[in-house]
Every structure is written in C-alpha cells, then in structure tokens.
Design a protein around this ligand. Structure first.
Ligand SMILES: [Fe+2]
Length: 373
C-alpha cells in the first residue's frame, strides 16, 4: 500500500537541479556615489557615528541585501573629526578610500589611510574609524554579510568588551591539557585515507594569525606600472598570508588591481570567459571603457562601480586608452569558492570547465584569451 506523501518531502526523482537565478550586470555611476556621499554628510550624525548606505542591486532580497547575492558594498562617510563606535562582527571586510584621510583601528592594529589605499578587516576583530583630515572621508567597504544573513549566521555587536588573550598562558595550558587536539584520538581507518578523529579537532582548531593588513596606494602603484615582460598581465593580487593557498585578501574575497599603461588601446572584441565566483569592478583611475556580459554591452566611466561578472556569466572587458593609464579594483568571492570546492572556471568558451584548487588550473595566458609565446 502506498502511504500518503509526507508533508516534509519534495519529490525530485528524475529531475536535475534548479537553474540559477542570475543577477543582471549593473553599473552604478560615479555621480550617484558622489551624490550619496554628499547626502550622508548632510544628515545629523547617528549615535553610533556610522554614516553609511548600502549599494543594493535591484534583484537583491532580504535577508542579506547586497550588490551581488553574497557580497555587499557600503558607502561609508565620516566628516572631519568624526569617529565611529567600536564594532565587531563575524563578517570580513575589504575597504578602499575614495577620498580624504583617516585612521583605521582593527584588532591590535592602527594605521592611517589616504585615497586609493586598501585594507582588510578580519572577522571578530573590533574596528573603528576616525577622520583625521580636513575633508570628508568616504570609503567603499565590501563584506560577506549578505551570505551570513542568508545563513542566519551574522553576528554583530557595538562596543564589545575587550578580548584579552595571553597567548603564552593559552599555549602552556593547551599543552598540559589532556582534552586538547594534541592529545585527542586520531585513527587511520582505511589505507585510502579515511580517519576517525576526536571532537577536540572540531573545537580546538589550529590557529592561523589573521590581522588587518594595509596596502598603501603609494607602495602598490609602482608595481602596477612596471613589469619586465611588456606582454605580461598587469593584474596583481593583494595577498593576505592568512588565506594561504586560497590566495585571498580576506577569507571570502580576493582584491586585484589591474593596471594599464597610458595610451594603450583595448584589445580586439572577442569571446569572454566565465567563473562561478562573482566579480565587482570599481574603475577608479583612467578614462572608462565597456564590458560585454552575456552578449550585452555595458559602458562605464571612471569612478563607476559595476557588478561586472555575475556568477557563470560570460564576460570580457575593454578598457579605453587613457593618458594617465587605468586601474580597476576587482573583488571576487574566489577564496570562499575554493574553500567549498565550487570554484569552476572556463577560460575559453569552447574549452574545459576546470575546478580550480582540485584540478590543474589555467596556465599559459598573458592576456584575456591570449596565449603567451
Ligand atoms: Fe573574469
């Protein structure tokens, strides 16, 4: 006898998987960003000092409003002399200064920043900002809060109690502790690598130092211009050692800076490439250009922010020649995907789909779809 269908079950026998609801590429013009900066500065100071506006994609839904499904971009502004209250949250951040100067305090670190400087703020390290200059201090902040909000897992608090960890005492205690990872059970079960490990491995995880790192524009910029090989790709990763083989700037995102020499014309129109990571471009130096995403052309100018590559959308970018050269900040959720083994990449649209990080990757290219000699 066939029983009645259980209310908890959805029969998917013989089906595949739901198609992705891909977000459209979108360009937020510089003028909109500048107008929002002015508006934020004109309002009374909020109690926590946070003058901020999320740049929200029209397809975003709560919880987790973002500029892409898993990444938010926030315009933050501080007026001269203003500061924010200390905050900590379990989302990580990546930030770039649009203008002005200020001081970032994050965990044990404090550093001054100016236009085009980039830094990360690690998760759960208390951070605050202070405008130390005479002008407005606007910045763009990227975070993985939308993903955590969708998971129901975003932690946030203002004015947290200070966390004091004496690492020397902690290490000594750990070594003496019978119920720590070093003393937990760890058995080989099969010759192929199956193991059984004690619970301590889950709650006493090997610590890798994670700290705020600052990439000052003045120190970064010369590396974007000079290269021994004139044909080499001028895309440089802002590498944070805490991300190890996942080559990120935070544990969720990489930030790259793509530099282009002055007066260099864009390459010929051609097919693009695609990847499961999402790309957000901020075109902060140069004279503009266009992107072709899934066959649709989008024009952009300097100072614009663009969801330039929704996940698995074919895309190619054509940067116009500029007398001062061009620089683009690209943020992708690449390290997150490597951690999940979900980073798939197709460099040529008629080529193989590679799982980067667990298969041999893409080599031999010196430009978009252009092999080196
Ligand atoms: Fe790409």
């Amino acid at each position: 006898m066939i029983s009645e269908r259980n209310q908890f079950m959805v029969d998917v026998s013989g089906t595949g998987y739901a198609p992705n609801d891909r977000w459209s590429p979108i360009v937020v013009p510089r003028a909109s960003i500048l107008a929002e900066i002015e508006r934020l500065a004109s309002e009374p100071r909020p109690a926590n000092g946070r003058r901020a506006a999320l740049v929200v994609h029209p397809q975003a839904t709560r919880p987790g409003l973002g500029f892409s499904p898993g990444i938010d971009v926030t315009i933050n502004v501080l007026k001269p002399g203003e500061e924010t209250v200390p905050v900590r949250r379990n989302s990580n951040q990546l930030e770039i200064v649009i203008g002005g100067t200020g001081v970032v305090h994050a965990g044990e670190r404090e550093f001054g920043v100016e236009t085009n400087d980039i830094w990360n703020v690690p998760a759960m390290q208390t951070y605050s900002y202070r405008n130390t200059g005479k002008e407005l201090w606007p910045r763009l902040s990227y975070s993985n809060a939308p993903l955590l909000e969708k998971l129901g897992a975003h932690f946030f608090e203002e004015n947290p109690a200070p966390v004091v960890i004496d690492t020397e005492i902690a290490t000594t205690t750990q070594q003496k502790n019978k119920y720590a990872r070093e003393n937990a059970p760890d058995f080989a079960v099969t010759p192929e690598g199956a193991r059984l490990r004690g619970y301590e491995f889950l709650v006493d995880i090997e610590v890798l130092e994670s700290k705020a790192i600052h990439w000052p524009w003045k120190a970064v910029w010369p590396h974007l211009r000079s290269s021994g090989n004139p044909d080499a790709r001028r895309i440089m990763l802002l590498y944070n050692p805490a991300t190890e083989r996942r080559n990120g700037t935070t544990h969720s995102f990489f930030a790259t800076l793509a530099g282009k020499e002055p007066n260099r014309e864009p390459g010929p129109l051609g097919r693009g490439h695609r990847h499961s990571s999402v790309a957000i471009n901020y075109y902060f130096l140069g004279s503009g250009g266009k992107s072709v995403v899934d066959g649709v052309t989008y024009e952009w100018g300097v100072g614009d922010l663009m969801l330039s590559a929704p996940s698995w959308a074919e895309h190619a970018h054509y940067v116009s020649a500029s007398p001062v050269g061009n620089t683009t900040l690209t943020v992708q959720d690449h390290p997150l995907h490597i951690a999940m083994e979900s980073l798939i990449w197709q460099e040529e649209m008629d080529g193989p789909i590679l799982t980067l990080g667990s298969q041999a990757g893409v080599t031999g290219y010196v430009g978009p779809r252009r092999k080196g000699k």
